[in-house]
Design a protein around this ligand. Structure first.
Ligand code: NAD
Length: 469
């Protein structure tokens, strides 16, 4: 029998060991993460000089190592993010990291344009900007760091991040990961840097620093406005509020399934996820029934109003904002709030019969509550979808087999991503075609970002050379 005193001694010892371990972890320096933004910038500036001279093969070696580590540590980053931010879910976040390792584009996307004629040969070269400053969101904190670094490195740049303060540990883990990858590939410099405790002050230093040649911003409207007024070239990936239209020609059972798959992915955090549905009256009941069979829970208008009072709050100057306490939360928590506890494990998303003027229709909620608005005809669906999308030119979706309806909506909504008859995430390459990225620069027009986005185009003309050979 162990005596009481011995038990206390064992507990004391275990506590001491845990404390020591925590201290060691605290002391363990994350590669590329600094206390001071100016040091982070100076360090990355030195790296940019080295990176510029790297061969394409070396850049690819590093990118391959980044992808290997991303695959290996996908679930670590997914769990870390959910623990730190309290948003999203581990399975979908893990999948997002896996897609980066499979489908984020490297140097292969950089094509050389040539012009050949009687006067000789002109080449369009893709050159680095040098040092890039990047802002990352709390919704994809490690995904954005990894994807941005791969694209920026592929085009020969170094990068300094100012991560979202609410997700800084996850973002900084990713900064460490990309630098570990560089080291494994034999390059002992920080290809990306960041600050341990990012603040608005540190982002201001980043915006104004004369060694930063380009800014890249992935975030909401306020920070995009700030970056655009910084006086530098900027690539801005801003907010969306993607509508989805379902017309009477769609395969309704597949539409219901796909919409719930997209709208519940990572608890509706992605900027590309379906945020409101406009469905033709004739097929609305059938669509709702299909959604219910695929993990949707139908709530009444009054229940929606109860949630509206909770998830939308007012800021200091009286503007309505989305409560961070509810962004990216699990669907079941909203049902608990409504006093509904006996819930099927399959519930992934709440739906309700909405009006096109509802705040939930016209606000980017980023939570699994999906308004379904019945419309009289296709014209009305487009009219309401345009209002909800609000000129973000971000993403939009349609379920239809009528080619005229599909083309008309695509032309009028004019979004960067347009998907027909599939879940929203196919638009960024997840179970779809095309490469994968988590920075969709709809605001400034570069679209889905890759190494091409972070390259300066230069023309080199060679007079009278290789003529008529
Ligand atoms: P957020 O706008 O709250 O934060 C984004 C970043 O901006 C963070 O790093 C934050 O610290 C910084 N920031 C915010 N206000 C600032 C200020 N006044 N000064 C300096 N820095 C400031 O965004 P979030 O909640 O983390 O992310 C969600 C938003 O980002 C949504 O609107 C979503 O649509 C958008 N988003 C867009 C894309 C895209 O590719 N287009 C991708 C992901 C997220």
């Amino acid at each position: 029998m162990i005596k009481e005193k011995e038990i206390s001694l064992i507990i004391e010892k275990v506590v001491q060991l845990l404390n020591n371990e925590q201290q060691t972890l605290k002391k363990q320096k994350l590669l590329g993460v600094f206390d001071d933004m100016n040091i982070a910038i100076e360090t990355a500036y030195c790296s940019s000089k080295v990176i510029k001279k790297l061969t394409i093969t070396k850049r690819e070696d590093i990118i391959n190592k980044i992808k290997e580590l991303t695959l290996k540590e996908a679930s670590i980053m997914a769990e870390m993010c959910v623990n730190e931010t309290g948003m999203g879910n581990v399975n979908d976040k893990t999948l997002k990291h896996k897609y980066i390792s499979h489908k984020a584009p490297g140097t292969e996307i950089l094509h050389l344009n040539t012009y050949y004629g009687d006067n000789g040969l002109a080449l369009e070269l893709m050159s680095p900007f040098g040092l890039i400053g990047a802002i990352t969101p709390s919704t994809n904190p490690s995904e954005t760091v990894i994807c941005n670094t791969i694209s920026m490195l592929a085009s020969g740049n170094a990068v300094v991040f100012n991560p979202h303060p609410g997700a800084r540990n996850t973002s900084n883990y990713a900064v460490d990961l990309v630098n570990r990858a560089a080291k494994l590939a034999g390059l002992d410099i920080n290809i990306a840097t960041s600050v341990l405790s990012p603040t608005f002050e540190s982002s201001n230093i980043l915006f104004k620093h004369n060694k930063i040649n380009l800014l890249c911003c992935t975030g909401g409207p306020n920070v995009v406005k700030l970056v655009l007024s910084a006086g530098k070239k900027a690539v801005c990936a801003g907010a969306g509020n993607p509508p989805v239209i379902v017309d009477e020609t769609a395969n309704i059972s597949e539409a219901g399934r796909d919409i719930i798959l997209g709208a519940s992915f990572d608890n509706n955090l992605p900027c590309i996820a379906e945020k409101e549905v406009f469905v033709l009256n004739k097929v609305a009941d059938e669509l709702i029934s299909s959604m219910e069979q695929n993990g949707a829970y139908y709530i009444t208008y009054n229940q929606m109003k109860h949630l509206e009072n909770i998830v939308l709050t007012k800021n200091k100057i009286g503007n309505l904002i989305v409560s961070r306490n509810w962004v990216g939360k699990d669907a079941k928590l909203f049902l608990h709030e409504l006093g509904i506890h006996n819930i099927n494990n399959e519930v992934k998303c709440l739906i309700y019969d909405g009006k096109h003027t509802d705040l939930f229709v016209n606000t980017e909620l980023m939570m699994p509550i999906l308004p379904v608005v019945r419309v009289n005809n296709f014209d009305q669906a487009i009219e309401y979808a345009l209002i909800a999308e609000d000129g973000n030119r971000h993403s939009a979706f349609i379920h239809s087999t009528n080619i005229n309806n599909i083309s008309r909506f695509a032309k009028m909504i004019d979004t960067t991503i347009f998907v027909k008859n599939a879940p929203s995430y196919t638009g960024i390459g997840i179970e779809g075609e095309g490469f994968c990225t988590f920075t969709i620069a709809g605001t400034t027009g570069e679209g889905l970002t890759s190494a091409k986005t972070f390259s300066r185009k230069r023309r080199c003309f060679i007079n009278d050379t290789l003529k008529n050979i």
